[in-house]
Design a protein around this ligand. Sequence first.
Ligand code: FAD
Ligand code: COM
Length: 516
Amino acid sequence: MPELDVVGWRSAIQAAIDRPDSTPILNLKDDGGGIYDAIFVGGGAAGRFGGSYLRAMGGRALIIDRWPFLGGSCPHQACVPHHLFSEAAAELDRARWFSDELFFGPFDESRASILELVGLFRAGRASAHAFMNWQTQVQLDVEFVLNAEADIVDANTVEAAGRTFEARNLVVALGAFQRPLLIPGAGLGGVHDWATLVEDLDYEPTRCVAIGGGKTAVEYGSFFQATGCETTIVSRSPVMRTRSLHHVDEDIRRYVVDGMRARGMTLLEGASVTEIHGAGRVEGVTVHHADGSLETVACDMVLNCTGELPNSAEAARALALATGPDGEILVDDRMRTSVEGVYAAGDVIGAPMEMFKARKCGMTAARNIMGEDHTFDFSQYPDFLHSTYEVTWVGLSEEEARERYDDIAVIRMPPRGLEGDIPLPCAEGTMLYAFAKPELSGLQKCVIDGATRRVLGFHHVGYGAKDAFQYLDHLLRRPDGLTVDELGEMNELFLNPEHFIQLSRLRAGRRELVDL
Ligand code: FAD
Ligand code: COM
């Protein structure tokens, strides 16, 4: 395959997406002959970063993917549309709260369309795909076979595009798929998940039931509601208290969940959907409440947000890999599976299903394959979700900290007891809310161990703090951690989205820390 520019790649990818019988895309040296250091089976975040890192270390990597582009589910169906929709939701929400106030026009709900935003995404996504292919081919010099199913023959051999490729190592990076709904009516039209939503939506939903209480339910449910599609979330556990989310502070959770209700969403917690009704397309669901009562909720869309399952079955069968209860491929902290020379990376090894983990798993496999002894522990990490706020956290929640430590001090904005009385936090990203609708200005919290003066956790509801949390995570996890004194010594760029630096400084002079 000759080198293409991004425009060339965009046309090639779009043509391949539009024509199911299109031919494989081969970007090979020596026609794919010889022995690769590793074949990455799956070219999503895990495979692309793994393959690129291995190549950067001087190795020979081949990435194989069934889609005509690299980057996997993130740019095609998952993170990228999620961010487009969540950003639209935040804008819509602001326009609703300020309808016909200040410089805002009257909010016109008829112009807020899920279908239009899905269409906008579908029409634009090939640009990101084109960039991934161009970068991987031209800048990163990695070989790949795209638009071709990979067939794993054994631990050293993969067939794809009618050819056989040989490698010293395999890295299985096949991602995950939506856990299916196993209830009557699940096959009806209008029952969607995050992937089918962007692929197949062809009508404007007006009432949605989202099943699940984790990120996808909160994010997509909030987006739908913001467009005017009345949304009910049905969740067995309290919303944001699912197994997939750790270290969620209860204060923060309440603020977010109360905000969702204030925006008109219905949250049915301790409840499950037992049946979906409709003739052709969904017309309603039966909700089974915790007290045993049944309720019918009318809707024209159901969104399955019950989590993903690792896409491991074929690889596990072909290679006799050890797997866990959800089919996740079992690996050690070097991403080695139970079979010599076979590694696994990303969503296919189970939770947490997050980009940082997928990419760093790929990198970890690459480093070990290239002879480094490198481990990756992803048990602790910063996290976020979008309600129509950006909700970000790292480290321990206040409750977790109080369980583990005797002397906890909390810096909170607004201070406990002042909620609603005063426009705080007065922070970048929520200034209009602070001045016009103070109760919408967000919530910030920093949890400190008084004995060591180390910060144990940061929690934030607002806009614009997510970047800082990437670096705060690093600082917290250093062997010596981050003390309130060090935080108070940092240079803030006032007025900032999170006020942790200046607030710490107000307390750092005290020998014995107390709440602020
Ligand atoms: P994938 O990217 O899924 O890659 C697997 C690849 O394997 C695919 O390209 C697929 O085509 C290929 N493949 C599968 N079978 C075959 C086969 N037989 N032959 C050849 N190729 C095959 N994470 C974040 O960090 N931030 C977010 O904001 C975020 N938002 C998300 C929103 C949603 C709705 C969802 C569902 C997930 C989100 N995630 C987010 C998680 C993130 O998308 C995943 O963790 C990440 O994409 C996993 O990368 P991966 O490489 O493991 O899998
Ligand atoms: C990002 C995809 S959307 S990848 O992780 O850069 O491959």
